[in-house]
Design a protein around this ligand. Structure first.
Ligand SMILES: [Zn+2]
Length: 469
């Protein structure tokens, strides 16, 4: 299995630190509003990466944080006249609803920054002891030039950064030893949440949060650090490396993964351009499975363009897959023979080719675009190589094969509660027959059974009409 490593700028064979296990940290969102579709891309992409490792029988420890203390959260809280905690709790809950809609597997652990302050303080203390950090008037800074490898992930040169860095100096930061130094701990300001520390009351900087939470839940060394678009490479991930490697004295992460940007109608998504969409807004128009399928239709490192047209294409592609699954379910329900015939066994063996293609695509740096093409090949095979004479075993095998692949993509083709049109028609016919025989108890029973599944019947002169409630 090959993974493109941002650190080496090439695809590398994946070798886990520990046989059969993957330790993966994914930077999570700052929770001050509904998540937007730009946030959704890494969530979907890295959930798919995780699912593929699980498909390959790896035991994945997947940790993704929520940044629940931040300037934006505090600003929103002040606007609404509520606490920062109320804002972050509200949007964590909303984010989890959206993630559920996108079929994102719950993380092994979702640490909250505000619950991990003690660990961050002790990591900062270690950095001070080792000479990598210093305190000035209640603010603790990281001594960037002391860390010899600084810039190794973003492939930036310190002196270039220095010349650009001067303009980035914000007021109150002129006390820094060097303009490249960044904040580990900031002192409390009026009206802000704060915690007691050896440097006075205050709160942690953003970068230290991830270094600490990753260490606490995954250990000093991890396999994959992912998350977020390319914009997180610098300074966030560069700073995480500087903190973790200086504090722990070892390589932080073996592989670094970043997804490409998401554009809207070929333009950068921004509120001022009026092309800013939350996942919640998309869910009013589409099943979020469509959004998921759309996100996986391109390679995760490519820029992805979001448009109504491409979403419609994703919707019809997804429907093709679900229709093939429905077809198999329908045929299974009416199969006349149980066991697979020899000719069927041969055909089934041939369809393994699509599984092979799917795996080769995923093994090549998670090429979901090609993996989806392999799923479409399997769909085509299902549509042409099955009929009402197919055995139940053959149909079931094909169904399992399809589900196994779509599960890696996080696409649900087998909604158990969902009742098929054909099943509804069959039940309506049975109800009509029962009424003819004056078995009204059974007729009512069927009516109730359908109602429980959200199907409303209406008796008309032309016969029974039904609709989904
Ligand atoms: Zn992070």
């Amino acid at each position: 299995m090959k993974i493109y490593n941002t650190m080496s700028k090439r695809k590398e064979e994946f070798v886990p630190l520990e046989e059969g296990k993957v330790k993966m940290y994914v930077c999570g969102p700052t929770v001050y509003n509904y998540i937007h579709i730009g946030n959704a891309r890494p969530m979907i992409v890295f959930d798919t990466v995780r699912r593929y490792f699980e498909y390959k029988n790896y035991d994945v420890n997947y940790v993704s944080n929520f940044t629940d203390v931040d300037d934006k959260i505090i600003k929103k809280a002040n606007e609404e006249g509520v606490t920062a905690e109320e804002i972050s709790q509200r949007y964590i809950a909303e984010c989890k609803k959206d993630m559920d809609g996108m079929n994102i597997e719950p993380a092994t652990k979702n640490p909250l920054a505000t619950e991990e302050i003690d660990g961050m303080i002790s990591m900062i203390e270690t950095l001070i002891e080792k000479g990598y950090a210093y305190e000035k008037n209640g603010t603790v800074y990281y001594r960037t030039r002391k860390f010899k490898d600084y810039g190794k992930l973003s492939h930036k040169n310190l002196d270039d950064l220095q010349s650009g860095g001067r303009t980035l100096l914000v007021s109150g930061e002129d006390e820094k030893e060097d303009s490249l130094d960044f904040v580990l701990w900031k002192p409390k300001k009026e009206g802000e949440p704060a915690w007691v520390s050896p440097w006075g009351e205050g709160r942690p900087g953003w970068h230290i949060e991830c270094s600490e939470m990753s260490k606490k839940y995954l250990g000093e060394q991890i396999d994959i650090h992912a998350g977020g678009g390319e914009d997180l490479i610098f300074p966030h991930h560069e700073n995480e490396i500087a903190q973790s490697e200086a504090a722990n004295g070892k390589e932080f992460s073996r592989y670094w993964m970043h997804n490409g940007f998401l554009n809207i109608d070929n333009r950068k998504m921004s509120k001022s351009l009026g092309n800013f969409f939350t996942v919640r807004e998309i869910s009013e128009k589409y099943d979020l499975q469509v959004l998921r399928f759309f996100m996986l239709s391109a390679h995760y490192r490519s820029p992805l363009n979001f448009s109504a047209e491409l979403m419609e294409a994703a919707k019809s592609g997804l429907e093709r897959i679900i229709t093939a699954a429905d077809r198999l379910k329908f045929l299974m329900g009416s199969a006349k023979t149980e066991d697979m015939a020899e000719t069927e066994a041969e055909k089934f063996a041939k369809s393994a080719e699509y599984v092979g293609n799917f795996e080769s695509a995923m093994d090549d740096d998670f090429n979901t675009a090609d993996a989806i093409a392999a799923v479409f090949d399997l769909v085509k095979f299902i549509n042409t190589m099955t009929d009402e004479d197919s055995s139940k075993e053959y149909l079931e095998n094909l169904f399992d094969r399809l589900v196994r692949l779509t599960e890696v993509l996080g696409i649900i083709v087998d909604k158990e509660d969902e009742i098929l049109d054909s099943d509804i028609e069959a039940l309506i016919a049975e109800r009509q027959a029962a009424r003819k025989e004056k078995n009204f108890a059974r007729a009512d029973e069927i009516r109730d059974e359908l109602l429980a599944k959200g199907i409303v019947l209406k008796d008309t002169r032309e016969g029974v009409q039904w609709k989904r409630a």
